[in-house]
Design a protein around this ligand. Sequence first.
Ligand SMILES: [Zn+2]
Length: 615
Amino acid sequence: MKKFPQALADYLVAEKVIPKETLSRLQEEMNQSQEYLGEILIRESLIDDLKLRALKAKLYHLPEANIADLKIDREVGKEISADVINFYGIIPFQREAEILRVGILNPENFDALEALKFIGEDKKIQIEKYVISHADFSKLLREYSSLKSEVGQALENITAPEGPELKLNDKVKIEEITAEAPITRIVAVVVRHAVESRASDIHIEPFEDKIRIRFRVDGVLQSALSLPKDLLPAIVTRVKILANLKIDEARLPQDGRFSTHLEKRKIDFRVSILPTKTGEKVVMRILDPIADISLESLGFMGRNLAVILRVMDNPFGQILITGPTGSGKSTTLYAMLAKLNVEGVNITTLEDPVEYFVEGVNQSQVHEEIGFTFANGLRSILRQDPDIVMVGEIRDGETAALATQAALTGHLVLSTLHTNDAIGVIPRLVNMGVEKYLLAPTLSLAMGQRLLRRLCPSCRVADKPNVGEKEIIDKALAQLPKQAKAEVPEERLFFRPAKEGCKKCGGKAYSGRVAIVEALEMTDELEKVVLGSLSEQAMRREAFNQGMMSMFQDGIMKVLRGVTSLAELLQVAQMISTTVADEATPIKSESEKIPGGPSLESGPVVADKEQSFGV
Ligand SMILES: [Zn+2]
């Protein structure tokens, strides 16, 4: 269906080319005839083709191309497939080294612009957009299709119904099955692009009139491509074949996985297919096992790194990471596992779901529906004599009790909890029924974590903080525990995201993510507080005394190192207290409400924004 160019219509009204009253009739006409608005206007002699082109150039700030003056190279027509040309009204007319010049009929059609962007990235060429006349568009179309007739009508008949032929890089071979079919190529190209843009998820979403493909990059969903709706069944089938799912089942959700090699890396995909009113929706989670997961690369440094390495050295105890969904807890767990995974150590995990495969680790998947819960699973695992146990999440009293028991009986237990910050872990465990006197000897470390986007190092912009920003930074530094002051970098950097971004970050100004962390260690003093008053204030005081930086302060350290921007930190930090000792923090963290009593009943405050990074 052709998109009605609203801005153009308004502009034509303003320019007195058409009276306002005709707009709804023209729109209706467009729906009926499936023509472009311009074609109708020209047909009805309301405007001349070239005048329209000039007005469009002015409105959309694009140059005009006059095809009549050019020598048309038919080979250029092959740069974009006929289906894409017809569907989006975009047509290539000139190729010069790495530049492809493309005529576009409706620059308001966002999907067309996206398709061009995708083609440009896929072919690694620069696309230059021009407005062209309808006559020139038709002329080019005729030139190119006559080429096709030379190649043979038969071939066209076979390939045409299958849609756009986005060429796949020769060296990339996803699967041998039906390797030449265009659909296979589309899926392969989409997958490769997703991996190359470091996406964590691919969403293939059916709408009434099109398929939208979006990638989640750094936690944010971004449109990658729109495709004609009639390709959906073939694409879904292709994914089902890859993931070994039932092709003829379209009414029930299905889950599966597949793996592929891209540039010598083996990458796993977890596939989930969900029937919706407009067709089957596909989500592919990209599980990249070689993604460089180490505590250092995640952003652990200074005391935080030292403390976590120290407690990981203990043969027993619990290390619990806390934070809302999407705060990177499971990634940190995997980084710890990677470090702990040495010969002679039995590591067993219980996960929901298994997100990365770690060689040499016994990983099992929770299946609540058949009674294989975290609690039951943990009970069985403990009979298997593990040294280290990783439990995806402690979310009930039974699991909490078993984890505590495991830590007491000489196991190192790694897990996650849903609370707002490190200090919140203690009252949460007590609330789940863990005895206070067992908590102190078993809990080695409680950590709070959030993820911030890293500034793109290629285009970040050096600047000075303004008065307000300087105040925020100075206040956070002034309230650092004295042990932490040594971690303030001598040379303080300050960067802002580039307005436009650059090629390296795909125009996003950010690239990758970094964790901000707070690490509360069980000490004799903390044990006294736990066994005694369990007062929030006393726990904060002890946290400060042992030198714990708050997540916010850790974030400030990363701002001053140029790793991220203050704006990014402030946005993520809305939910966390700025300093450990700061009583006057305007935004109270969840755990700060605890000392009053049983308010925890209501459960943890969780910013449940769907994000890519695990638990
Ligand atoms: Zn950049």
